[in-house]
Structure formats: structure tokens, C-alpha cells
Design a protein around this ligand. Structure first.
Ligand SMILES: *[C@@H]1O[C@H](CO)[C@@H](O)[C@H](O)[C@H]1NC(C)=O
Ligand SMILES: *[C@@H]1O[C@H](CO)[C@@H](O)[C@H](O)[C@H]1NC(C)=O
Ligand SMILES: *[C@@H]1O[C@H](CO)[C@@H](O)[C@H](O)[C@H]1NC(C)=O
Ligand SMILES: *[C@@H]1O[C@H](CO)[C@@H](O)[C@H](O)[C@H]1NC(C)=O
Ligand SMILES: *[C@@H]1O[C@H](CO)[C@@H](O)[C@H](O)[C@H]1NC(C)=O
Length: 656
């Protein structure tokens, strides 16, 4: 029993069974997840270093330049049937299956069409798996991307396992990417392995959840914590599945003046599934910890309105889920039902802003923030996914301050801009005016993750992000127009990041407890950062909040706006800032606001009065927009005199 309803509901005690993975099938040993180290992989020969045994991992990706150190498979140095690829499990293991894939490559076509399997306890004496008296020949791949799994007729125990290619695609070479299914045999004396085992003490539902199971789990959380949660949806997917979100707040359902709004979203690429599970785990965790009085969680829930949306692309997820964690390959389920990459489906506002800057339109003809969505994008025939439209409507409706979208296939946190400033350049550092804040916030996630900044960590595919502490400016990785992060920053107040939470896009269920441990602290720390910088309310002389007022910080060329109650949040690193509030028809007010190192945003409120000009305009409205003429009637003479007295000499110029 993992998650159960509260005690008051004794008749319908609902439990979700965690014992899903039976003992008959062993999980992947972790060539893909990097649980298996490079030094555990060997081969008979290799074509060159970039195609060495350490590259023979399921789903590994080649870099753009394939002839470098980071190529897309293990390739034998000689194309003959005597080659082998070996995994040293470093302990007795029950092997149950082999998964193979061809070489990741844009240019060449290499895959193994049949192979034998051997096991050994000492790497000298090998036992070849047999079918009767003959060596067993396994049928391999038919193309390079789709993984093919072969279960061994019976589990075999050993420490080493070899795959021996017997035939391969006729115009290609002996190249493969491999995963081995195996269960470690109990080995109480092996300290090396015990030290590396991560156990979680959190009693949560560690499983992959189909759409229905996800909905059910969210309902259970809501019923366990009705005071602090609310389920809603932001719209539907192409095939009609609702895009569910859960809100966690001490007053669910309403925006509280001065309380910042935070969001985590996941699964815009339906096949990058870990984020979905992490958010489902996070909502269970927060609910349980809130109930048991965890002060950190209570504080967070009281001071923040948190939104968790675990699946932005449920249609894509269902496709990947059906194929399963090892066989969905690298891209099955990435796109929406109508073939759109939701994460990069937003309007490219960067170009619009940068063109405005080049023409010196800012600030007179154009703002440096809140760039409007262009007309063409709103038209029905623009190729915009319904999921993207729902997401944009949500981003516009709620005054989010900080957000993270959880992705997969790498281990890094990226921050905007995602699009390079120079046209046609694949990668180029392209900072926002808030670069320092973005770097800090990205680092807050990466540095608290158990692996992102680990010094001895091997790179997932081709990029080593360690030199930037597990973070990177999106555009300096690879340019992408219309990303959620750039759109969020340029169209709304919200600072948005992408967290790539693992090399493996679809980790095996057995990895989930460890992945939760890897990410739990990061998920919490990043949420807490929404309370950094300054916040306040911009009010008029009567004390009413002014919506849509512009709050500028001297030296940062990106303003933010107040929400409908006049409240605003401005993420800033520690320092002293000159802050200005202005709104149409009001006079401009500036003040100094200081941000300290301790947590908690500095209060920085503004009271601004109407400008003389706007008061004059208001008065002219009373005269039905006609120019005010000198008295024509007694009545008007009296009114004009009142007005003149009211605003003294200022109006003279207009009247005369
Ligand atoms: C390796 O050793 C184990 C335990 O002694 C034994 O059960 C297994 O059959 C051996 N495997 C091979 C391939 O020799
Ligand atoms: C084993 O050999 C038999 C007879 O040749 C064949 O029918 C069967 O499919 C083989 N089994 C496997 C797992 O290859
Ligand atoms: C929920 O609200 C009720 C009524 O206000 C209160 O008695 C109860 O303690 C609250 N539960 C939690 C978990 O905060
Ligand atoms: C959408 O339709 C309008 C008018 O029919 C056309 O001018 C425009 O090019 C179309 N846009 C796209 C993206 O197809
Ligand atoms: C607005 O009018 C008042 C009184 O008429 C005057 O003292 C003040 O200087 C004016 N302010 C501006 C910004 O012109």
C-alpha cells in the first residue's frame, strides 16, 4: 500500500499496488542510464576511439560531426563474424535478455542482423547459448533506430556477457548499440555495489502511469489533501485527452495578492517521461509532508501558489508508454498527434524584439517586454498544436513568476535565450538582459541535483556540461526558435527553464526511486527561488492596485508588469536596485530597493498619482471631447470655473 485515502473514508480505502515488476523479467542493467561505467564495456576491436565499446549504449546519440570522439555506436575494427561486444557486470548476474539497435548516424547505415550470446564467470571460459546442440542465433535489427529485444530462452547466471554479431546490413559495418537485461545476484560481501545503491525512504507510488492511472493518482492526492489541492485542466489534447494540472496552495482556486505563482510542466515531448513521474511524485510528497507537518513544505504551500502539470502531450506519451521503456527508441511519441513539436511551437518573438531594437523602436514604439503574439500565429490555419494554444492561454491567464519544464535525454538545466541572435548560426551565447538571474536560478537546480554537477560523471551523448556547472544558455547549446522558455520570457513575466533530468528518456520503472532521490531536493529548492528579488503592489492615491503598471529596474533592459490587483514580483539577485513604477496616466515614481542574501523577496511598494495631463484629459472627457470653449452659458461658466479652481493654472493653455 503506497498511497491511501485519509482515514475518514474507511469504507473505500484505496491502495495503489507498487509491486508491479515481477521477478520473471529483469530490468536493464543500465548501459543507457550510465549505471554501467565505461570501464565495464569492452570489445574485440574498434574502428576508432569515437566508435569504441563505451559508445555501444542503447539510444546513445552521435554529435553533428560524426567523425569526432562522440559517435553513435560501437563499431568493430574488422567486419567479420569473430567480433564481440562485452559487458562486465562486476558481480554475478542473472541475464535474461539483450536489446540491440543500429548506429545513430545521419550518413551511414549500420546495424547487426543476427548475433550469438555468450556468458562467462572469468572472461576466459565462455559458454555460448545453445538451442539443442546448435549455437543459438538471435535475429537482430532491420534498420538503425528501432530497438529489438530478444529474451534468452532461459536466464543464465554469469559475470560477463558477450554479443557476437554474425551478420549485418550488407552495405554497412558491424556496429551496434546494446542494453542487457539482468538482475544482480545477492552479494552481501560486495561493498562496491552496496555503496552505490540508492534507497529512498519516501513511501510513494514509484511506477509509470498511463493517462488513466495518472488521472486516478491525481484524484487520490486531491482527496488526501483537499485543503491545499485543486485539480483543473487547461484544455484538451488533439485526441481529446484533458491536460490536467494540480494546484497546491493554502487557498486553492484563487490568486492571493502578493503571493507568487509557480509552475512545473512536463512531457511536452511525450517520450520524455521522467518529468511526468517526478511531478506525480512531487504532488504526493508535498501532500504527505504537509499533512505530517513538515515546516519547509508548510511554509512553501502557505507562501506560494504552485501548479504542477505532468503531461503536456498525453497523446505522444500513450504511444511511448505502449512500446515501453526500452523499446520506444529515441523519438516515438515525441510529437503531438498532428506531428508538432509542442516545446518549439511558440511564436518566435525574439526576431520581432530584435528587429525593434535594431530600428531603435524601444521604448517609444515598442516595449522591451510583453511582445505581442503576431497576427498570423493566431489564425486558424497556422500550424499550431491545440496543446500549445492551451498552454499559451494558461500562461497569459495566470501571473506566473517562475517555471520549469522537465525534459529528458540529457542532464543539464537550460535557460533563455534558446534562439541565437545571429541569423543562421547553430550555436552562440545569447544572453537575456536577466542573464545573471537566469544563471543563478539554473544553478540552484543543477547544483542540488545528485548527478548534474558530479565531477566524475560521464557525458550522456556528446556534450560536457560540467564546465558550466550543469547549466547552459540554450542558444549556446543549439539554436531553437519559438521555444517555451523564450516565449515565456518575452510575452509574459515568467522566467522559464528546461530541466533535462536524465540521459535515458524513458527510464525503467526500477529507476524511479533513485531518480526521485536525484531530483527531489532540486525540485524543492528551485520552487523556493520564486521568493527571491523584490515584490510589491503598485497603488494609486486612493489605495487601489493598478493593473498592468510597468516595473523597471535600472540597468536591466527587460521590464515586468503588475498583475490585475497591482501586485508584481521581480526576480533579482542580491544587490541594490533603482526601481521605477509607471502606468499610463500616472506620474513616474522611483525608489531604491535592496535585495539581501537571505530567502524572502524584499517588499517594494509604490503609490503613484495621476499626471496633470491625464487629469486634463479626464476633464475634457466631461466636455464630450469637444475643446473647451469660453463660457457660452451660465451653467457652463460655473462648471468651467470649478475646473479652473480644481487644477489651478495648468489648464489655461488648453482653454485659451
Ligand atoms: C558462474 O558461477 C555461478 C555460481 O558459481 C554458476 O551458477 C554459473 O553457472 C556460472 N556461470 C558460468 C557461465 O559459468
Ligand atoms: C530452436 O531450434 C528449433 C529447431 O531447429 C526451432 O524450431 C526453434 O525456433 C529454435 N529456437 C530458437 C529460440 O531459436
Ligand atoms: C483542513 O481544513 C479543516 C477545516 O478548516 C481543518 O480542520 C483541517 O485541519 C485542515 N486539514 C489540513 C490537512 O490542513
Ligand atoms: C492562412 O490563410 C490565409 C488566408 O487564407 C493566408 O493568407 C495565409 O498564408 C495562411 N497561412 C498559413 C500559415 O497557411
Ligand atoms: C501638476 O500641477 C500642479 C498644480 O497645478 C503643479 O504644481 C505641478 O508642478 C504639476 N506637475 C507637473 C509634472 O507638471
Amino acid at each position: 500500500a503506497v498511497v491511501s485515502r485519509s482515514a475518514r473514508d474507511t469504507h473505500t480505502t484505496l491502495t495503489i499496488d507498487m509491486c508491479h515488476s515481477g521477478e520473471t523479467e529483469c530490468p536493464p542493467m543500465g548501459l543507457e542510464t550510465l549505471r554501467i561505467d565505461d570501464f565495464q564495456l569492452h570489445a574485440s576491436t574498434t574502428k576508432r576511439y569515437g566508435l569504441g565499446a563505451h559508445r555501444g549504449r542503447l539510444n546513445i546519440q552521435a554529435g553533428i560531426y560524426e567523425d569526432d570522439l562522440y559517435d553513435g555506436a560501437w563499431c568493430a575494427g574488422i567486419d567479420d563474424p569473430l567480433q564481440w561486444f562485452e559487458v562486465d557486470a562486476r558481480r554475478l548476474t542473472k541475464f535474461t535478455g539483450v536489446i540491440t539497435q543500429g548506429r545513430s548516424s545521419l550518413w551511414s547505415s549500420d546495424w547487426v542482423t543476427s548475433y550469438k550470446v555468450m556468458v562467462s564467470n572469468d572472461s576466459h571460459t565462455w559458454i555460448t547459448l545453445k538451442n539443442g546442440s546448435k549455437d543459438l542465433i538471435f535475429i537482430g535489427n532491420r534498420e538503425k533506430e528501432i530497438p529489438v529485444r530478444n529474451m534468452l530462452p532461459e536466464p543464465v547466471v554469469g559475470r560477463y556477457i558477450r554479443v557476437n554479431p554474425r551478420s549485418w546490413f550488407h552495405s554497412g559495418s558491424v556496429c551496434m548499440r546494446v542494453e542487457i537485461l539482468g538482475c544482480p545476484m545477492p552479494d552481501p560481501n560486495n561493498y562496491y555495489h552496496r555503496r552505490n545503491e540508492v534507497i529512498t525512504t519516501d513511501n510513494l507510488d514509484f511506477r509509470h502511469h498511463s493517462y488513466k492511472e495518472m488521472r486516478q493518482l491525481m484524484k487520490v492526492v486531491n482527496e488526501m489533501c483537499p485543503n491545499i489541492t485543486r485539480i483543473y485542466n487547461i484544455g484538451k489534447s488533439h485526441s481529446g485527452l484533458k491536460l490536467y494540472a494540480i494546484e497546491i496552495s493554502d487557498n486553492p482556486g484563487e490568486h492571493e495578492v502578493g503571493e507568487p505563482e509557480f509552475r512545473y510542466t512536463a512531457g511536452s515531448h511525450g517520450n520524455e517521461v521522467l518529468g511526468r513521474e517526478l511531478l506525480l511524485l512531487l504532488m504526493q510528497f508535498m501532500c504527505l509532508e504537509y499533512r505530517s507537518g513538515n515546516q519547509r513544505i508548510r511554509h512553501l504551500v502557505a507562501e506560494t501558489r504552485i501548479h504542477l502539470l505532468p503531461s503536456l502531450n498525453p497523446d505522444g506519451y500513450e504511444k511511448a508508454f505502449e512500446a515501453g521503456s526500452e523499446l520506444s527508441g529515441w523519438s516515438l511519441g515525441r510529437w503531438s498527434n498532428d506531428g508538432i513539436d509542442i516545446h518549439h511551437n511558440f511564436p518566435d518573438l525574439n526576431s520581432i524584439l530584435w528587429e525593434g531594437e535594431a530600428k531603435k523602436w524601444i521604448p517609444r514604439k515598442m516595449f522591451n517586454h510583453h511582445v505581442p503574439v503576431p497576427e498570423w500565429y493566431l489564425s486558424k490555419n497556422a500550424s499550431v498544436a491545440v496543446e500549445t494554444r492551451a498552454l499559451i492561454a494558461w500562461m497569459e491567464k495566470i501571473p506566473f513568476v517562475l517555471g520549469g519544464n522537465i525534459q529528458g535525454g540529457e542532464l543539464v538545466v537550460t535557460f533563455p535565450y534558446d534562439k541565437t541572435r545571429s541569423q543562421g548560426v547553430a550555436r552562440e551565447q545569447t544572453p537575456t538582459p536577466d542573464d545573471h538571474v537566469f544563471r543563478w536560478l539554473a544553478f540552484s537546480y543543477a547544483s542540488t541535483h545528485r548527478l548534474m554537477t558530479a565531477a566524475n560523471r560521464r557525458v550522456c551523448h556528446t556534450e560536457d556540461f560540467a564546465k558550466e556547472d550543469g547549466t547552459i544558455n540554450g542558444a549556446s547549446w543549439h539554436t531553437a526558435a519559438g521555444s517555451m522558455n523564450d516565449f515565456s520570457y518575452l510575452h509574459t513575466n515568467c522566467f522559464e527553464f528546461s530541466m533535462y533530468v536524465g540521459c535515458d528518456k524513458f527510464p525503467h520503472e526500477s529507476e524511479l526511486p533513485e531518480e526521485w532521490e536525484n531530483n527531489r531536493e532540486s525540485l524543492l529548492v528551485f520552487m523556493e527561488q520564486v521568493h527571491r528579488g523584490i515584490k510589491g503592489v503598485v497603488r494609486d492615491l486612493q489605495g487601489r492596485g493598478i493593473a498592468n503598471a510597468i516595473v523597471s529596474v535600472q540597468g536591466i533592459g527587460h521590464d515586468i508588469r503588475t498583475a490585475s490587483d497591482g501586485d508584481y514580483w521581480r526576480l533579482l539577485n542580491p544587490g541594490e536596485y533603482r526601481v521605477t513604477a509607471k502606468a499610463e496616466g500616472y506620474s513616474i515614481t522611483s525608489k531604491k530597493c535592496e535585495v539581501g542574501y537571505e530567502m524572502g523577496a524584499t517588499s517594494c511598494n509604490f503609490i503613484i498619482g495621476r499626471t496633470n495631463l491625464s487629469r486634463i484629459k479626464e476633464i475634457m472627457e466631461k466636455f464630450n471631447k469637444r475643446p473647451i470653449r469660453l463660457p457660452v452659458s451660465q451653467l457652463q461658466a460655473r462648471r468651467t470655473r470649478e475646473i479652473l479652481m480644481d487644477i489651478k493654472g495648468v489648464i489655461n493653455a488648453f482653454v485659451l
